[in-house]
Design a protein around this ligand. Sequence first.
Ligand code: SRM
Ligand code: SF4
Length: 522
Amino acid sequence: MVNSAVKPDQKKTQNKFERFKAEKDGLAVKEELEHFAQIGWKAIDKTDLEQRLKWVGLFFRPVTPGKFMLRMRTPNGILTSHKMQVLAEIVQRYGDQGNADITTRQNIQLRGIRIEDVPDIFQRLQDAGMTSVQSGMDNVRNITGSPVAGIDVDELIDTRELIQKVQDMITNKGEGNIEFTNLPRKCNIAIEGGRDNSVHAEINDIAFVPAYKDGQLGFNVLVGGFFSAKRCAAAIPLNVWVPPNEDVVNLCRAILTVYRDYGLRTHRQKSRLMWLIDEWGIAKFRSAVETQFAHPLVLAAEKDEMNWYKRDHIGVFKQKQPSLNYVGLHVPIGRLYAQNMFELARIAEVYGNGEIRLTVEQNLIIPNIPDSHLHVFLAEPLLQKFSINPNPLEQSLVSCTGSQFCSFALIETKNRALEIVRVLEAELELPQPVRIHWAGCPNSCGQPQIADIGLMGAKGHKDGRTVEQVDLYMGGQVGNDAQLGTCVQKGIACEDLIPILRKLLIEHFGAKPRKESNLINN
Ligand code: SRM
Ligand code: SF4
């Protein structure tokens, strides 16, 4: 399958990714999964194995060869108990090797997957109305929205249907859509319907944020936000307003078409949407988008309505529907095992309406719990593990995958992150949560630049040894006044981190040593 969407001049491609995409579109492997299952992973062509399988969400993991990661699509972060149960069954068959991670894009990834099981797994996913298509490589990633869409008392726009429609347009209702499988690079889309910028609009390539234009509620549009090892940029206004209807879908299509046809493809590190905007200027980019759009674009509203600090949704909250509540559960570093997933499906079914929602903080929400069931729900044993009242450092801890499964990683992240905050929590009392984000390398999947304290993995030397290190970021702000933090100290050996974090927490975040604790000097 050759992607006809790419213009002839773009086929004179310069980097190896453009070459292999031009030779055979990534989506072509969808038709070969039965064959791959029969021949086994070792016999699969190297580019199909390591690259093209990502077009159907299957990631070969060099760290655990033969055990793939499967990245789903979870539009607006919404699952049902049935879907969670199907995901749990998939993970369960891999025993100790199987688990799942909630991601920083309000999504879920499964681990331990064997290629011989993939045809059966994909059938089960399809039967349950789920897809993993176009979730990796040069595709649009999971589309994020407020995790309390449709239930938030203070909501402006319910984004659930819109986000599903945008995903359906991009993926041809989950079947795969060759029109958008050869972008110059990944593309992140977020559609915010609340006041608190729950999606981190500023770090998405395309973001819709609520805004009134002439008294009508719709969205202002931001473009070009991204993180990469080479550069991080906050999204900038496109100077466009759209009503919350089909125009959102059409505008996404128009922007993606411009990006696909004119985006820069020479250097992988200079191919994200912002690089095209830089080259053209925002006015030319806007005009190219307008040409693709069905009718003249409307100028942006003067201001948007994101005027709250970001909520993390941990705890019990009243819904806009009378007598119903949503409960935000904290999932330490976003990791789930089959048994937890079955239990989640069960409690969502028994106490709520079966819905389970994911957040970009790698946590979960169970909505639609009647007042009358709340008391018993809160006594469920699973809430000992997934607490509604975690310690303040753990509550806001976010971490990318790190070296346990990711071959880009320069350091171990998830388990270390948890161990370190647990040591600090034993020593310190915190007046409020402090957002600590870990990323195992400069790709920044754990978004250290938006954290109060961001830690980005690096390698370095100490006393003649190679050691795992972090670069320290501070000043990231989220919510209405979102700002990217900056690197304030480079090359801290992970083994020296605890006293440095302790000092930061005391000096900048009001932490006080617990009376009973003797500070551990490591
Ligand atoms: Fe990411 C690549 C994990 C969110 C920037 N990211 C990777 C890979 C696929 C690399 C690999 O093949 O091993 C990682 C898979 C590891 C694994 O086994 O789990 C990976 N990224 C993740 C996740 C799972 C981190 C997490 O623990 O939550 C997140 C999955 C989101 C999803 O559901 O789709 C994840 N990645 C992000 C984000 C955060 C966001 O979207 O808000 C970013 C920064 C924002 C951005 O993209 O602008 C991010 N990931 C990257 C990059 C750098 C992109 C660039 O333009 O250079 C790479 C490397 C690349 O694409 O070449 C990367
Ligand atoms: Fe892997 Fe680096 Fe992304 Fe962490 S930040 S998941 S180490 S690519």
